[in-house]
Ligand binder design. Sequence first.
Ligand code: MV4
Length: 451
Amino acid sequence: MFNKILIANRGEIALRVIRACRELGVQTVAVYSEADRESLHVRFADDDVCIGPPPARESYLRIPRLIAAAEITGADAIHPGYGFLAENAEFAETCAASNIAFIGPTAEQIRVMGDKAAARKAMADVNVPIIPGTPGPVEDVDEALALAKEIGFPVIIKAAAGGGGKGMRVARDADDFARSFQLARSEALSAFGNGDVYVEKFLQRPRHIEFQILGDTHGHVIHLGERDCSVQRRHQKLIEEAPSPAMTPDLRERMGADAVRGAKAIDYVGAGTIEMLLDEDGSYYFMEMNTRIQVEHPVTEMLTGVDLVKEQIRVAAGEPLSVLELPMLRGHVIECRVNAEDPARNFQPSPGKIEVFHPPGGAGVRLDTHVYDGYTVPPYYDSLLAKLICQGRDRQEAIRRMHMALESFIIEGVTTTIPFLARVMEHPDFQAGNVDTKFLERHGELFKEPA
Ligand code: MV4
């Protein structure tokens, strides 16, 4: 096991990783920008290093400073959390070259899955269903149009270097295609420095279902069930839950086996997520793989009892997974992301000082947060304040507990998404499990306080 782990992140996930380290008896190093001097992760870590000014590109994204901080403090491993450098193959490589363990997959695994066209191909090679589309990137617009006609409209043009919704264009018909294709290519080139795009059939109302994967260096790869993340806005997940209301034991068996086979195909090591789209007709397809711990990992932790961050650390230290099959699922779990944003103003960020902070509690309630009374939310980073995770014996009990927890969660000083989330819990379509990726588009009324 490691002696000392540096956490190359901030906010709630930095605290989450520190807790896992404590339980494993491993020392911790916090890094922080000048805007995060008063953050809890700095206070809770055994050691801390300031790595630069507030903007992330001058602090949390500066690889040489993170390596130097690890060397100065004697850290033998780095946990990247999510975001920032978590899926940066160069960072994983630099860690390895500096004799510091990167707590995550290999640089090669990050690279393959970071190239969405390559990932598609790797999955297709082991018969994981992929969305009907071009076998690889296409350059020529006439060739692409011919392929789009074969696939059938509408189609979606995606950047190979994209992911998470960046660099995508939908083309409704052949007339629309040339323009969308050129736009997607030039957007991809300017956003990612890589203009490669591929074409897929566009699914109209899919559900977003992702499988939690764990792999170790002893050849074990397992899945820990799915999460349904269909409640999103502009590719930002707002609510996640497990099991998916659309899941059946048979479907879980088939999707889970495909997810595991896909991860095994690249000898995946660590925690990862296979994202799939589930179509209205029950067919499902691989979409992309995230090679990191995800924001919504506590949903799976509460449902299965497995500590995913501890597993990540164990596996990076060369130990085998402590769990080798899917445990009994414990009822139903829902997570709400509480952001310092104003839903009535297009989710505009609302940084500032938290004047009152009263967290919810009770049976089946977990709160992952770095916020405290008097904390100032800086304007430089994402606006996540807290993740509220509620478990119940069934979905209805989980929803009721979430609703109660949201109603008793008091944050004053900044505008938060709490009242909006409470309204979603009350919505008949949400209560019926009738959600797909267009749910919020259809229910814009949820963004405003009823008169
Ligand atoms: C799609 C799709 C429909 N058809 N691909 C969005 C995130 C990025 N990873 C891929 N995304 C989508 N890909 C095909 N062929 C619809 C989406 C999509 C979406 C997916 C999951 C959750 C929310 C979404 C919102 C809009 C579009």
